[in-house]
Ligand binder design. Structure first.
Ligand code: ADP
Ligand code: ZN
Length: 436
């Protein structure tokens, strides 16, 4: 499979590390001079830019948190005057003010470069027709993919999210070969095709799907690949770093290669902040090495994963991060037991007869223990006509499997087809009523 920028993506690790160290020293000096936001942080931690000469020195620098960026809202952490900023994006910010991303002209060029590398890693070329159903607008997904597809010369269809029925028509009529959207929306498209009597696998030419922006398990990947008849690639990114284009799977699907010449990753113990070696699970932290408008230093993503540095069969020398295992803040504590939503998804999707549409509901009835309830759709055949005995069996099986893998009891409520709300973007899978 071709590599967009072989020089950067297959560089010897020692050369890469040298480049990273040089860029790190530069960016640290840059942010210190350019914005009081970092000067204050560095001063408080008693560290000066000249203390940072090697990659090991990184640990001396203070972390940047989402709260820090919120406090600097909207532009307090920018390192260039606003007249040099040519684009603003923002995270959805469902819980308060959004986090802002600012881009200079060079930052947009960098984003285009990493997105060209990304889509090339998934086998996209100028021959492809790319149906881009990520949201266009403040969300980084739509425009991020857009510029990457354009750079490699693919034909991009900027359909954005919504009007699902029309999307099915356009995908078929235009002969889309690549589909980009959240993994949950890919299933919404498949369902809408079913509703319209369109056999997705037979009628669509889509061979590649690039799905991300929300956590999804390999079990979910299986479901999607089987239903849509395509090869599904996982893409990871976040507004604070650049948007999509931080890391991408190659054709070997053994982790996501991080574009480390621009985004320097670390794994830390979220409790102590200590740096962990390759192979150990912890919180992913990024330092941007080359961004101009809004570099971030040791940004705590709250996403949990593991890094691996051994060489990949694709030829890339770039570190691989495992599929995101969840967020440090989405771990549910149910009656004192740690429960990871990704484990719930994995378990459900291994039960024959359950569909990949579910919601996790946590409640604490007055003066009682936490209750974990899972709503999940059962295959439509159970309802035509409704077979309560079989549904009861299926529910018992799901509850038993969950009890074994989670170590805590959950009640399962089986739902009919289409009864769990679908999302055009990121799925909302967890409803925690305990905080209300
Ligand atoms: P928001 O979700 O606040 O609108 P972003 O779009 O910047 O803002 O979201 C970035 C977050 O989305 C990441 O920190 C991560 O938690 C999640 N995310 C993005 N891509 C993936 C992926 N491939 N797998 C799991 N989680 C992902
Ligand atoms: Zn690879």
């Amino acid at each position: 499979m071709p590599i967009w920028n072989p020089e950067a993506e297959t560089m010897e690790r020692k050369d890469l590390e040298k480049l990273q160290a040089e860029r790190l020293a530069k960016i640290v000096e840059y942010v210190y001079q350019r914005t009081p936001f970092y000067k204050r942080k560095f001063d408080a931690a008693g560290v000066k830019p000249e203390d940072i000469q090697s990659l090991d020195d990184l640990a001396k620098l203070p972390f940047t948190t989402k709260q820090d960026l919120r406090d600097a809202y909207p532009f307090g952490n920018f390192c260039v005057p606003l007249e040099e900023v040519v684009r603003i994006h923002a995270s959805s910010g469902t819980t308060g003010k959004p986090t802002v991303g600012g881009y200079s002209q060079n930052d947009l060029e960098l984003w285009t470069e990493v997105m060209a590398r990304t889509v090339t890693a998934c086998g996209v070329t100028r021959k492809d027709i790319a149906h881009n159903a990520y949201g266009y607008g403040l969300f980084t997904g739509g425009l991020g993919f857009h510029i990457g597809f354009q750079r490699v010369g693919a034909t991009v269809v900027p359909v954005s999210g919504g009007m699902t029925r029309r999307q099915i028509m356009l995908m078929e009529d235009f002969g889309a070969t690549v589909l980009t959207c959240t993994p949950s929306y890919s299933l919404v498209l498949a369902e809408e095709a079913d509703n319209l009597g369109v056999d997705f696998k037979a009628r669509m030419k889509v061979r590649v799907g690039i799905f991300g922006a929300e956590p999804w398990t390999n079990e979910m990947r299986e479901k999607i690949q089987n239903r849509l008849g395509l090869e599904a690639y996982d893409i990871y990114g976040l507004t604070e770093i650049i948007g999509p284009g931080v890391s991408i799977e190659c054709e070997h699907h053994n982790g996501l290669h991080i574009f480390e010449d621009h985004f320097l990753p670390e794994i830390i113990d979220p409790a102590t902040g200590e740096k962990l070696p390759y192979g150990e699970e912890g919180e992913l932290v990024f330092t941007t090495l080359t961004k101009e408008a809004m570099p971030v230093i040791r940004y705590r993503t709250r996403d949990r994963t593991v890094l691996h540095a051994d060489k990949c069969a694709c030829g890339r020398t770039l570190v691989r991060m495992e599929k995101i295992r969840g967020r440090t803040d989405d771990m549910l504590i149910v009656r004192g037991v740690n429960v990871f939503p990704s484990l719930i998804e994995k378990t459900l999707l291994n039960v024959e007869g359950l569909e990949p549409h579910y919601q996790i509901i946590l409640d604490r009835p007055k003066d009682q223990l936490d209750e974990l309830q899972i709503l999940v759709e059962a295959h439509h055949s159970f309802f035509e006509p409704i077979d309560t005995r079989k549904l009861d069996q299926l529910r018992d099986e799901a509850e038993n499997e969950l009890a074994q893998t989670l170590g805590v009891r959950a009640t399962v409520k089986l739902m009919g087809p289409n009864s769990i709300e679908r999302s055009l973007g990121k799925a909302k899978r967890i409803v925690d009523k305990r905080e209300l």
